[in-house]
Structures are given as structure tokens and as C-alpha cells.
Design a protein around this ligand. Structure first.
Ligand code: NAD
Length: 499
């Protein structure tokens, strides 16, 4: 059942100290369905700094009781949330598509992944272990334990509006922290529904707080607060850089997952049919608005003409439309600003490479109600061209032709980012060379650059990621402080010079 705060076109409320409270902002953002701008999906308050301070204070007040709640009991709340999400999978996916625009099958995938992550993390509550060690001294028990940090802040982007909040909030809560979430302005509804689910699952008031608003105000207040011990950020490299610098000045724990410019290498011995499908899925599903999207394909010259021919033929038939319509493979850009940014890169691409397909906004028929861009492919792109270097975050694919595996790896590594990559080949040596030398945090062999499992670490190298990895059991390292404990049970002064 969709509860109170997710009312179509109502003014959304903040969740502070266990209550849904009206914001009194200077400005309300009208959020429209990107596939049909006649529909207002939400009115989003751009909350004030004072409202963010109230949320941080509520999280601070709730901390000691939540820290002292046994971890398996904390996990039970998450398990109840899992069951609730299972029951409303379809509804959640439709909500996601309406506010973000991605095709329903991609939204369903995101909901399922969110459930998987939540379930995995709920189980981790029973495995929040440390290590025990033999002591150098007799009758001395030594061990480590994971202690929560206190109040942690989560700042999230619009492109995975359910999954990314879940993959931050779930480990934060399991570890015994209290949390303030500031989701992206463009996609408040999934975050609201997530907070409602936690509330209905029995999470005590103040343990999770949600403040809607702009990065420059509510977000900035969160990162500046002396009461916030850690910030987990996902978004652009530009903003992540500022947040990391701010955290360093203030000795605050920070993790940032940021931009990507992911490449698929296709060697001459690859299964070209398989590679074609995977490259197009990686490039155009979710409208290319994934940090893991395929934005470059690096192809061996000897098979390049054939491969580009296959790509173009399939791209022409890629079904673009309202994500809620059955059969849609690609929805619109998230908003007008994002669409214009993509169109700007397409104009740059026309100077830099050879336009093979797409290259324009779609406006015919129902398309004129949304922010649709045709799936676009450029061939003969140089590794240093802007469209091969800069994150576009839209349905634009650049083809880079190379002579061999060495050149392919060099091209793939030539960008500032390092999130994910893939290679298509049937040669074992090439696969292992690639795995050794590719500069990305995640790599796929004979499968697309996108996707990931709930129990495996997620994150990037270079300008993509800094701080500890998210997702999987390692996610808990960020949300905990390791304490080393020595228990002397002799009851006497030691005769030792060890110290
Ligand atoms: P963004 O950086 O504009 O915003 C992200 C979040 O930061 C939003 O909630 C925003 O309000 C907030 N914010 C902005 N300025 C802030 C400030 N000064 N202080 C505090 N908070 C601030 O990013 P976006 O446009 O929402 O998302 C797209 C970007 O996210 C892309 O670059 C994409 O690659 C990246 N992304 C990365 C990953 C990953 O895991 N590497 C995953 C998803 C998205």
C-alpha cells in the first residue's frame, strides 16, 4: 500500500524524528514526468538549512538507543522492510518509472536489486563480527569489534533513486548508525516510499531521517555539520570532489562514487552477435543514464565495419518511448537540462566523429511531451576527443577503432574515470591480460558493463571513486570504526616492556 507521503502532485514532506513534517521552504520545485510533461509527479520542497539541522539533531538524539539495540534486532527491521518491498514490487517500479523515466523492466530490475541488497544487509546484522587474536601475554584476550560511527549522511543522485539510497542506508542502519538522507531533487518519491517502508517496518523515530532539497543548501548543511561523522555520496565527480575536500578539512569520513566513461573492448575473435546486444543494452538501456553505462566501444579494426553495421542496424530498431508502455527499451532523459546537455555533446560529436545513427531529439507524435533523444552512435572517434573523454550520461555511443589488444587497453584506460569495463573475446590470454591491466573497479568478461550483484563490492578507481567500496559485506567497513580491545584477566600489574 502506498502511504501518505507519496501523493501524486502533493507537496512532499520531510521525515524527521519519526514524523512526516511539512517543510517551509522558500521554493518548491515542480517535478514532471520526463516521458509526459503534462503530468506533475511531485512538488518538492527545497528544504532550509534549519530543517536539515533539525533532522541531524533528531538522528543524534536517536543514536544511543539504536546503537544499543542488538544488531540482529536491527536486522529484523530490515527483513520486515524486505517483505514489504517484495509485496509492492510492481508499484514501486511504476513509481520509479514515472519520476525518473527509465523503462519499466529496468525499474523492476532496480527494485529487485534493492530488495536483494536489503536482504543481504539484513543478514549481515548477524555477522557483524570482529576477529580475535592470540596475545603475546598470558591471560590477555585480544579482539577487534566494529563500532558504529554515530550520525551519518547519505547524498544520492537521481539515476538510481531507490537502489542507491538503499545501498547506503541499509549498511548504515545495520551497523548501528542513525542516518540523514538527502536524495536528488528530481527523484524524491522513491526515497519517500523507502522511508515509509522503514517506518512501517518498525524503525524507531529519528533513526532514519529524510530531508528533500537542493545540494547547495540542505546538502551543504549536511556536509558542514559537526555532528555528522561520515558522508556517503554518489553523484558527479565535480560535486564529489568538493565533498571530499570538505570532509578532509573536517576529519570527516567520506566515500564518493562518481562519474564513469565505461568502455567495452571487442576483439576480432569475439562473438559479434553477443557483443552487439550487450553493447547496445549497456549504451541505451536506462537511456545511458547509468554510471555503468557503456559509452565507448573499442573495436579491432579488422572486424570494425561488420560490427558497426550490426550496431547501427539494431540501434535503428531500439524501441524508444514512455517507460510505462510495454516493449519500451529506452525512456526519455530525466529532464530538459540533461537532454540539452546530451544534445550539446551530439553537436560536438558531429565535429569529432562520423555520425552513424540518431543524432537528434525525437519530437514526432507523443515524443513531443517528453525529453527523448534518439539512440546515437558515432564511428571513427579518437581516444582524446571530448565525446570519448567526458561523461555524457545519455544514449550516445562512441566507436574507437584500434589495431590490437595493447592499443585497446590503452584506449580504454585513457580516461580520468575508472568505474567499469568489459571485454568480448574467446581468447583466455587476452581475457587475463585485460583483467590485469584495465583500470576499473569492476570488469566484466563477455557480459555488459552494467549490473552487479547484491553481495559483491561496487565502486570505481581514479576519478570515479574515493573511499571504501559500497555494497557487499565490505560496505560495513565505511559505516563502522574498528576498535581493538585488550582484556587483561590476571588482575595484576604486568612485568613487561612491551609498551
Ligand atoms: P550531482 O552531483 O549533481 O548530485 C548528486 C547529489 O548531490 C544530489 O542529491 C545533489 O542535490 C547533491 N549535491 C549537489 N551539490 C551539492 C553540494 N554542494 N553539497 C552537497 N550535496 C550536493 O549528480 P546527479 O546529476 O544527481 O547524478 C548523476 C551523476 O551521478 C553522474 O555523474 C553519475 O555518473 C553519477 N553516479 C555515479 C554512481 C557510482 O556509483 N559511481 C552511481 C550513480 C550515479
Amino acid at each position: 500500500m502506498m502511504a501518505t507521503a507519496v501523493k501524486s502532485a502533493g507537496v512532499c514532506r520531510n521525515f524527521i524524528g519519526g514524523k512526516w513534517v511539512e517543510s517551509k521552504p522558500a521554493k518548491i520545485l515542480e517535478r514532471r514526468n520526463p516521458a509526459d510533461t503534462d503530468e506533475i509527479v511531485a512538488r518538492v520542497p527545497l528544504s532550509t538549512r534549519e530543517e536539515m539541522r533539525e533532522a541531524i539533531a533528531a538522528a543524534k538524539a536517536a543514536f544511543s538507543a539504536w546503537r544499543d539495540t542488538p544488531a540482529p534486532v536491527r536486522g529484523e527491521v530490515l527483513f520486515r522492510a524486505v517483505r514489504m518491498m517484495e509485496e509492492e514490487k510492481e508499484e514501486l517500479a511504476r513509481l520509479l518509472t514515472r519520476e525518473e523515466g527509465k523503462a519499466l523492466k529496468d525499474s523492476l530490475g532496480e527494485v529487485q536489486r534493492s530488495i536483494n541488497i536489503l536482504e543481504f544487509m539484513a543478514g549481515e546484522a548477524r555477522r557483524l563480527t570482529g576477529e580475535s587474536f592470540p596475545s603475546e601475554l598470558p591471560k590477555n584476550f585480544c579482539y577487534t569489534m566494529k563500532a558504529p560511527l554515530g550520525v551519518v549522511g547519505a547524498i544520492t543522485p537521481w539515476n538510481f533513486p531507490l537502489c542507491i539510497p538503499i545501498w547506503k542506508v541499509a549498511p548504515a542502519l545495520v551497523a548501528g548508525n542513525t542516518c540523514v538522507l538527502k536524495p536528488a531533487e528530481l527523484t524524491p518519491l522513491c526515497a519517500i516510499r523507502m522511508a515509509e517502508i522503514f517506518e512501517e517496518a518498525g524503525l524507531p523515530g529519528g533513526v532514519l531521517n529524510l530531508v528533500l532539497g537542493a545540494g547547495e543548501e540542505a546538502g551543504d548543511e549536511l556536509i558542514q555539520s559537526k555532528d555528522v561523522r561520515a558522508i556517503s555520496f554518489t553523484g558527479s565527480t565535480e560535486v564529489g570532489c568538493q565533498i571530499y575536500a570538505n570532509g578532509a578539512r573536517r576529519m570527516q569520513k567520506v566515500q564518493c562514487e562518481m562519474g564513469g566513461k565505461n568502455a567495452v573492448v571487442v576483439l576480432a575473435d569475439a562473438d559479434l552477435a553477443l557483443a552487439t546486444e550487450s553493447v547496445l543494452f549497456g549504451a541505451f538501456a536506462s537511456t545511458g543514464q547509468r554510471c555503468t553505462a557503456t559509452s565507448r566501444v573499442v573495436i579491432e579494426e579488422s572486424v570494425a565495419d561488420e560490427f558497426v553495421g550490426r550496431l547501427v542496424e539494431r540501434a535503428q530498431n531500439f524501441k524508444v518511448g514512455n517507460g510505462l508502455d510495454l516493449g519500451t527499451e529506452m525512456g526519455p532523459c530525466v529532464d530538459e537540462t540533461q537532454m540539452n546537455a546530451v544534445l550539446k555533446y551530439i553537436e560536438i560529436g558531429k565535429q569529432e566523429g562520423k555520425l552513424m545513427v540518431g543524432g537528434h531529439r525525437l519530437t514526432a507524435g507523443d515524443y513531443d511531451k517528453g525529453y527523448y533523444v534518439a539512440p546515437t552512435i558515432f564511428d571513427h572517434v579518437g581516444t582524446q576527443n571530448r565525446i570519448a573523454q567526458e561523461e555524457i550520461f545519455g544514449p550516445v555511443l562512441s566507436v574507437i577503432r584500434v589495431k590490437n589488444l595493447d592499443e585497446a587497453i590503452e584506449a580504454a584506460n585513457s580516461v580520468r574515470y575508472g568505474l567499469t569495463s568489459a571485454i568480448y573475446t574467446s581468447d583466455a590470454s587476452s581475457i587475463f591480460e585485460f583483467i590485469d591491466r584495465i583500470e576499473t573497479g569492476i570488469t566484466h568478461i563477455n557480459s555488459p558493463t552494467v549490473g552487479g550483484e547484491a553481495h559483491l563490492p561496487f565502486g570505481g578507481m581514479k576519478d570515479t571513486g574515493i573511499g571504501q567500496r559500497e555494497v557487499g559485506h565490505v560496505a560495513l567497513d565505511f559505516y563502522t570504526e574498528l576498535k581493538t580491545v585488550y582484556i587483561d584477566y590476571t588482575g595484576r600489574k604486568r612485568e613487561t616492556s612491551n609498551y
